[in-house]
Write a protein that binds this ligand. Structure first.
Ligand SMILES: Nc1ncnc2c1ncn2[C@@H]1O[C@H](COP(=O)(O)OP(=O)(O)O)[C@@H](O)[C@H]1O
Ligand SMILES: [Mg+2]
Length: 212
């Protein structure tokens, strides 16, 4: 549950599978809000702090040795705990708009459903890790495994440890994201990631403006 004592700022998370367009939309939203004169902090997970970036590399880069599912879940949660206390809460307390590229739902989907650790357990773990810091709005970019793979493999970078999981893993993730949104529709904006980036950006901005 969101903490009722956080009066200021606005917390927006982008979620969805790899290649959904989260980074693209987070950047477009932050730019639009900044152009309107808002103070915006754009950040990402895992990462966002020095310790978080180290944990990110540990858990996403290939060649770190075996990482079992529980360790992976705890590393993501540890990175998020640092992010919440060092970056997210201070910015929100200062009245900023915080836009994060991934947050708790990614762990619920990837570790809870993808790794089959249980979505409720992972939700609880992260509720504890963040001391109950939940977004005001989560934008879910719903992408099929096929389209996500196509997008992230056209072009440059090699796939990271999680991206290179098979399509059935990504199908479980997709369903878990949709289940989260279905459970609290008022706190989600679900968009078909197949839309044009500019159209998606307009829809996101319209929804965010209702919250300002
Ligand atoms: N709406 C869109 N339509 C087509 N291609 C897109 C769209 N949004 C992003 N892309 C492209 O797809 C790739 C993945 O986008 P990205 O924003 O990095 O996704 P994510 O951060 O969710 O993994 C990039 O090459 C990006 O330019
Ligand atoms: Mg990205």
């Amino acid at each position: 549950m969101p903490r009722p004592d956080r009066a200021r700022g606005l917390f927006i998370a982008f979620e969805g599978g790899d290649g959904a367009g989260k980074s693209t939309q987070a950047q477009l939203l932050a730019a639009s809000l900044q152009a309107q004169g808002h103070r915006v902090l754009r950040t990402r997970e895992p990462g966002g702090t020095p310790i978080g970036e180290k944990l990110r590399s540990l858990v996403l880069d290939h060649g770190q040795g075996e990482i079992d599912a529980r360790s992976e879940a705890l590393i993501f949660a540890a990175s998020r705990a640092a992010h919440a206390v060092q970056v997210l809460r201070p910015a929100l307390d200062a009245g900023e708009i915080v836009v994060t590229d991934r947050y708790i739902d990614s762990s619920v989907a990837y570790q809870g459903a993808g790794r089959r650790l249980g979505t409720e357990r992972i939700r609880e773990l992260n509720d504890w890790a963040t001391d109950g810091l939940w977004p005001d709005l989560t934008v879910l970019l719903d992408v099929t495994p096929e389209q996500g793979r196509r997008r992230r493999t056209t072009g440059q970078a090699a796939e990271d440890r999680l991206e290179s999981e098979p399509d059935d893993f990504h199908a479980r993730i997709r369903q878990a994201f949709l289940d989260r949104a279905d459970a609290s529709p008022g706190r989600y904006l679900v968009l078909d990631a197949a839309g044009a980036a500019e159209d998606l950006a307009v829809a996101v901005l319209q929804r965010v403006e209702q919250l300002l």
